[in-house]
Design a protein around this ligand. Structure first.
Ligand code: GDP
Ligand code: MG
Length: 423
C-alpha cells in the first residue's frame, strides 16, 4: 500500500537512510529561541550514551514563522568548543526536518515522527519538547535505557515540578489514570517519552488522527494505549522540568478540552478493562533521583476565584445538565464565597470529574468539557489556598491523598456508566 502520511520527499529521504537504531523526535511550533538547546542535548546524549547506534533526529514542525527548522538544522554542539564532550569520537546523528501533514497539532507532529521511526525500523524512539530549558544529555539515557536494556515498551518522565506547575496533570490526568488503569504513573502527560519499536506500529495503525489525539490529546492517548494494551511501562527520573510557561487564562482552554475529553472518551472505551483493576501498581523509576527546588510559578488566587465565579455563572445551565443535582448544588453554593472561606470538599472535585467523565464516555461532545473549566479553576483555587504555606513535598502529599480518593471512588464512575449504558 502506498503510504501518504509524510511529504513525498521525506519518504525518499527515508529510502536513502534505509534504517536506524534510534529516532529522536522533536515537535515544534515557533520554538526558534529554545530548540537549539534541545537538539544539542540530543546530539550529545546520542554521542555519550549510544555511540555505536545509528541515530536520526527528526524535527516535526507545524509551520513555524520564526525559522525554527533552520535553527534545528544548524545546531551543532561538536564544533562549538564550549562543551566538554567535544572530543567524543563518533559520527554525529543525522538530522531531518519536515512540515507534517494533517490537522495542526502536537499529535500530528508525533504521528509523522512515529511513521519515520517505524519505516526506519528503529528499536527506540524518544520524543522531547522543543521548549525545554532543563533538558540534558542524560535525559536520553534515562528515557532509552529501560527500552533497550530492560525490555520495557513505554517510558514516561518523572520530574520535580513546582507545586503549582502541571495542574491538569495533578488534578485530573494523574489521579484519573492511576484510578482507572491501576498504575502509579506520576506524569502521564509529561510530553517527553521513550517508545519501543514494538509499540510504534500499534500507534500508527490506529484511526485516531482526525480527533483531538492529533492535538494535545496525544500524550494521554499514548499513555492510556500503552497501559490498556499490556505494554511494559516504566518511568525515568529527569530532574526539574523547566519550559516556556503559559498564561493559564489565555492558553489553557483548548489544551484542557483536548486532554480531558480524550481521557474521558478513552475511559468509556476501556471501562471493561478498568473494572478488572483491583489495586494500584508501583511503576519503577529509572535514573538518579535527587531533590531540588524547581522554579516557583506565580499564581493569582483572586484571578482563579474570579474565573470560577464568572465561568460558573456563564455556563450554569449547561453545567446543570451534566452534574448530579447534589454536586451542582454544592458547587453553586460556593459561588461568591470570599477567599477566606472558599474550599472544595475532597469528594466534590472527584465527583465532578467522574460525572463529566460519564457524560463524555457516553458520547457527549468534547466541547462540553469547556463548561468544566470554571469548576477546575475552583478546584485549583482550593488547592492553592490549602497548600499556600506548604513546601513541594507537603503539597505532593495532598496530591497523593486526592489520587487515593479517586481510586476509592472509582466505582462512582464505573457504576454510573454501567447503569446509564444499560438504560
Ligand atoms: N508541530 C507542532 N508542534 C506543536 C504544536 N503545538 C505544540 N507543539 C509542540 O509540542 C511541545 C509541547 O507543547 P507546549 O505548548 O510546550 O505544551 P506543554 O509544555 O504541555 O504546556 C512543544 O515542543 C511544542 O512546540 C503544533 O501545533 N505543531
Ligand atoms: Mg511546554
Amino acid at each position: 500500500m502506498e503510504r501518504d502520511i509524510l511529504p513525498a520527499e521525506i519518504y525518499k529521504e527515508i529510502e536513502v537512510i534505509d534504517s536506524a537504531d534510534i529516532v529522536i523526535g522533536i515537535p515544534s511550533y515557533n520554538n526558534a529561541k529554545s530548540i537549539a538547546h534541545v537538539v544539542n542535548a540530543a546530539l550529545l546524549g546520542l554521542a555519550k550514551y549510544y555511540p555505536d547506534m545509528k541515530a536520526v533526529i527528526v524535527n516535526s514542525d507545524g509551520g513555524s514563522s520564526d525559522g525554527t527548522p533552520d535553527v534545528f538544522m544548524n545546531a551543532n554542539p561538536f564544533n562549538k568548543g564550549d562543551y566538554f564532550f567535544t572530543d567524543l569520537e563518533c559520527v554525529p546523528a543525522r538530522k531531518m526536518t519536515l512540515s507534517y501533514k494533517g490537522i495542526p497539532g502536537k499529535g500530528s507532529a508525533f504521528r509523522s515522527i512515529f511513521e519515520i521511526a517505524y519505516l526506519l525500523d528503529a528499536e527506540l524512539c524518544i520524543v522531547v519538547d522543543s521548549d525545554l530549558r532543563s533538558i540534558t544529555p542524560e535525559w536520553f539515557e534515562c528515557l532509552g535505557y529501560p527500552i533497550l536494556e530492560k525490555d520495557y515498551d513505554y517510558v514516561t518522565p518523572f520530574y520535580l515540578r513546582h507545586k503549582y506547575d502541571g495542574t491538569i496533570t495533578n488534578s485530573i490526568a494523574y489521579p484519573f489514570t492511576r484510578a482507572m488503569y491501576g498504575h502509579d504513573l506520576r506524569q502521564p502527560i509529561g510530553g517527553d517519552f521513550g517508545i519501543s519499536g514494538t509499540l510504534l506500529p500499534n500507534y500508527i495503525s490506529q484511526d485516531v488522527w482526525e480527533t483531538d489525539v492529533a492535538k494535545y490529546g496525544i500524550d494521554i492517548w499514548m499513555t492510556t494505549t500503552a497501559l490498556t494494551h499490556d505494554y511494559k511501562v516504566a518511568q525515568a527520573f529527569l530532574g526539574c522540568k523547566i519550559h516556556d510557561v503559559k498564561d493559564p487564562g489565555e492558553h489553557l482552554g483548548p489544551m484542557f478540552r483536548q486532554v480531558v475529553s480524550t481521557l474521558m472518551r478513552l475511559a468509556g472505551e476501556k471501562a471493561d478493562l478498568a473494572r478488572e483493576v483491583k489495586t494500584v501498581k508501583e511503576v519503577p523509576i529509572f535514573g538518579f533521583p535527587f531533590t531540588a527546588t524547581p522554579e516557583p510559578l506565580p499564581v493569582n488566587l483572586d484571578r482563579l476565584l474570579e474565573k470560577f465565579n464568572n465561568g460558573f455563572k456563564e455556563h450554569e445551565e449547561a453545567i446543570k445538565l451534566i452534574l448530579s443535582p447534589d454536586t451542582f448544588k454544592e458547587i453553586k453554593s460556593l459561588v461568591g464565597t470570599p477567599i477566606e472561606k472558599f474550599a472544595y470538599s475532597p469528594e466534590l472535585w472527584v465527583k465532578s470529574v467522574y460525572e463529566y467523565a460519564t457524560k463524555i464516555a457516553l458520547g457527549g461532545k468534547a466541547d462540553l468539557v469547556d463548561t468544566m473549566i470554571p469548576i477546575y479553576y475552583g478546584n485549583v483555587a482550593s488547592f492553592v489556598k490549602k497548600t499556600w504555606d506548604m513546601n513541594d513535598e507537603q503539597s505532593e502529599r495532598v496530591v497523593q491523598e486526592q489520587a487515593e480518593l479517586f481510586f476509592n471512588m472509582r466505582e462512582y464512575f464505573l457504576k454510573n456508566l454501567r447503569e446509564k449504558v444499560s438504560v
